[in-house]
Design a protein around this ligand. Structure first.
Ligand code: CAA
Length: 386
């Protein structure tokens, strides 16, 4: 269902103002402190950002995918650490519950997720199961009306601040791959659950990733999301949506970098004229603009199709692959246009260059998106649809 156009415009305008007036001036400090200030997180909560993708009936804004992506473009305009503060609640941390939760699970958790009182995390990746998510080894062993979890998750975004984890674990050790996997909601205070210390990263300072360890964590059967053995499909459906959201954020960052490039290039003079008047600089900027525009069109098209009820597995992968690769190229060109100034910290361009790198890795590497795209095409062809 399409979101009311007036409310949609007002929301996007509010987010744009918040991003440009409150977040952009704080970017360097957030990177330095490796933390988004609590006051800004509180502002994000009052704007409703934590509940963007939670249905209105559970206290969220219940945005359709198109509107969520329009908000994602705005959030992408600043350091991704700001988006990440609410990002897991908007996306991969909450959506298993939204899409597959029971009424009781939704009623218990979604209102608190929508306000940001409960921060969520998505625990799929493991030391030996990154791209091969179906190879995960964390065990969930049935014990009466409970499951007992053993294993480790790796590089889990927001784990250090999370109150609730969506955890994919193997309930059937005899069933290889995704078929033996189930999904669970596991509160942070469950005895036997511990969170490691945040990793030192290349970029995106202000957003943390940590290990999450389970050593006999006991959770009731009612904490399972979906049926036993359906957890891999739950995770993949969540990622279909998450990949679209990330594509929107990549697009927003690409647009910010183009703005930085153009504004710098019209002022900076070399060889007696603004560098914007040099054709080789124009080439770098024009290529960037065409790619950002293409990414924006792709994301909106795929989001509209998802809103219309279409399966967008392949389109989400196309968007994620294209937008994350494009913003990587654009960040590289931005360093080139800024020259030496792009390489020193004061201008913030090198920070975006580092921040952008993870987009090609998390929520599925570019190579995984290629696999998904090719498989979906082959599947359609075998059914005579292509
Ligand atoms: N929606 C619903 N079901 C899906 C699906 C989708 N998008 N994709 C696959 N499935 C189903 C398949 O239909 C299949 O079902 P059947 O057995 O009934 O036929 C089942 O799931 C297994 O699918 P595959 O055979 O395709 O599984 P696979 O093992 O070959 O792997 C993969 C597929 C695409 C490579 C998958 O493992 C994948 O996406 N890997 C990347 C993982 C990833 O993105 N990780 C990121 C983690 S989150 C993060 O980065 C952020 C953080 O905070 C840590």
């Amino acid at each position: 269902m399409a979101f009311d156009p007036e409310i949609k415009d007002a929301l996007i305008e509010q987010v744009r103002r918040f991003v440009r007036e409150r977040c952009v001036p704080a970017e360097a400090d957030v990177a330095e402190a490796d933390k988004v200030p609590d006051a800004l997180v509180d502002e994000m909560k009052s704007l409703g950002l934590f509940g963007l993708a939670v249905p209105e009936s559970y206290g969220g804004l219940g945005l359709d995918m198109e509107t969520e992506c329009l908000v994602g473009f705005e959030l992408g305009w600043t350091s991704p650490a700001f988006r990440s503060a609410a990002g897991t609640n908007i996306g991969i941390g909450s959506q298993a519950l939204v899409l597959f939760g029971t009424e009781a699970q939704k009623t218990e958790w979604l209102p608190k997720i929508a306000t940001g009182e409960t921060v969520t995390s998505f625990a799929l990746t493991e030391p030996e199961a990154g791209s091969d998510a179906g190879g995960l080894k964390t065990r969930a062993t049935k014990d009466g009306g409970y499951y007992v979890l053993h294993g480790s998750k790796r590089y889990i975004t927001n784990a250090n601040v999370a109150d609730l984890f969506t955890v994919m674990a193997r309930t059937n050790p005899d069933e290889p791959g995704g078929k033996g996997v189930s999904a669970f909601i596991v509160p942070r205070d469950t005895p036997g659950l511990t969170v490691g210390k945040p990793e030192k990263k290349m970029g995106q300072q202000g957003a943390q990733i940590c290990d999450v360890n389970f050593d006999g964590a006991r959770i009731p059967e009612s904490a399972r999301i979906g049926q036993e053995g359906e957890g891999f499909k739950v995770a993949m459906s969540v990622l279909d949506k998450g990949r679209l959201h990330i594509s929107a954020v990549c697009t927003g960052m690409a647009e910010r970098l183009i703005s930085e490039m153009v504004n710098y290039a019209i002022e900076r003079k070399q060889f007696g004229k603004a560098i914007m008047d040099h054709q080789l600089i124009q080439g770098l900027i024009a290529d960037s603009q065409a790619e950002a525009y293409a990414a924006r069109c792709m994301v909106i098209d795929a989001a509209k199709k998802r809103d219309a009820g279409e399966n967008v597995t392949m389109l989400a992968s196309c968007c994620k692959m294209f937008a994350s690769e494009a913003v990587g190229r654009i960040a590289d060109r931005a360093v080139q246009v800024f020259g030496g100034a792009g390489y020193v910290a004061d201008y913030g361009i090198e920070r975006f260059y580092r921040d952008a790198r993870i987009f090609r890795l998390y929520e599925g590497t570019t190579q995984i998106q290629q696999i998904v795209i090719a498989r979906e095409l082959a599947r359609a062809a075998k059914k005579g649809e292509f």
